[in-house]
Design a protein around this ligand. Structure first.
Ligand code: C2E
Ligand code: CA
Ligand code: CA
Ligand code: CA
Length: 278
């Protein structure tokens, strides 16, 4: 089968649908982009609902091919997931975000959370715990300020195994949050057992706050439930004062959204941190 490899590959390539071969070439371009350092991180500020203070940042990856428009993660993360490139790309994201967090501390800025998205494939990989441990050791970023964002789907896929991995990550001292909360199918029984620190209410519910009764009920319920479970809760995608008022009145702890800040390059975020600190 080894000797046939090449021909088989060529045969399959010719037989690929155009969508699939587009994917193939995009995968090749993405692999090259990682080698050529064409990925960058933007950071979106997380805000304390009650005080307006900066509570941290979420790192969000972008692809900047030279001379072309910036490519949003929705366009390449799913493909990177499929092809496995997400593993080295995710490692780059984690390392870069922790290095940045360390640099801000070294510059004398107040310590704050740096949140990093983990993909399902990364979370399921056998050495995710070793990776996080190693990146923390290499960068010197304090574990208690690193927050790893996971989704319900990733956790419920193999809930028993997830609990073990989550506990091992917790043992490193990092924080754990559930992203896009409310869109998956978490069981309350498991939610109670997961050693998580924060729920992030999915932006689809926040979008509907002004004119959808269901979204209001769901948002209020997630906030109340978070407090019963002694978890922090953050509203994602807050774009208007009305949305912020609603989550504030219901006791939500944190928010992020265009109302406050878009995801921005590190230098711009750093300037905001300096202005605020002085
Ligand atoms: P997410 O983790 O839910 O990230 C929040 C997304 O909402 C970001 O989109 C952010 O720009 C956007 N957003 C923030 N505030 C607002 C708002 O007020 N209104 C609206 N309409 N949108 C807002 P972005 O950066 O395009 O990222 C999309 C998704 O790509 C992320 O969703 C996450 O699932 C994934 N992603 C981004 N970076 C990474 C990464 O480094 N690793 C992995 N595995 N996934 C990533
Ligand atoms: Ca996220
Ligand atoms: Ca989210
Ligand atoms: Ca997401």
């Amino acid at each position: 089968a080894k000797q046939e490899g090449r021909n088989t590959f060529r045969f399959h390539t010719q037989a690929l649908s155009s969508a699939a071969s587009e994917r193939l070439s995009l995968d090749t371009r993405l692999r090259r982009a990682l080698i050529d350092s064409e990925f960058i991180l933007h950071y979106q500020l997380l805000i304390n609902v009650n005080t307006g203070q900066f509570a941290g940042v979420e790192a969000l990856v972008r692809w900047q091919p030279p001379g072309e428009d910036m490519v949003p993660p929705g366009k390449f993360i799913p493909i990177a997931e499929e092809t496995g490139l997400i593993v080295p790309l995710g490692e780059w994201v984690l390392r870069t975000a922790c290095k940045q967090g360390r640099a801000w501390l070294d510059a004398g800025l107040p310590a704050m959370i740096v949140a990093v998205n983990l993909s399902g494939r990364q979370f399921q990989s056998a050495d995710v715990v070793a990776l996080v441990r190693q990146v923390l050791a290499n960068t010197g970023f304090p574990a208690q300020y690193l927050e790893l964002e996971l989704t319900e789907g990733m956790l419920m896929d193999n809930a028993k195994h997830s609990i073990a991995t989550l506990n091992a990550l917790k043992d490193l001292g990092v924080r754990l949050s559930i992203d896009d909360f409310g869109t998956g199918y978490s069981s309350l029984a498991y939610l109670k057992q997961f050693p998580i620190d924060k729920l992030k209410i999915d932006q689809s519910f926040i979008r509907g706050l002004v004119d959808d009764d269901n979204d209001r009920e769901i948002t209020a319920t997630i906030i109340a439930m978070s407090h019963i479970l002694k978890l922090d809760v953050l509203a994602e995608g807050v774009e208007t004062e009305q949305q912020l008022d609603f989550v504030r009145q219901h006791g939500c702890d944190y928010y992020q959204g265009y109302l406050s800040h878009r995801p921005e390059p590190a230098a711009l975020v750093e300037q905001r941190l300096r202005d605020r600190a002085s």
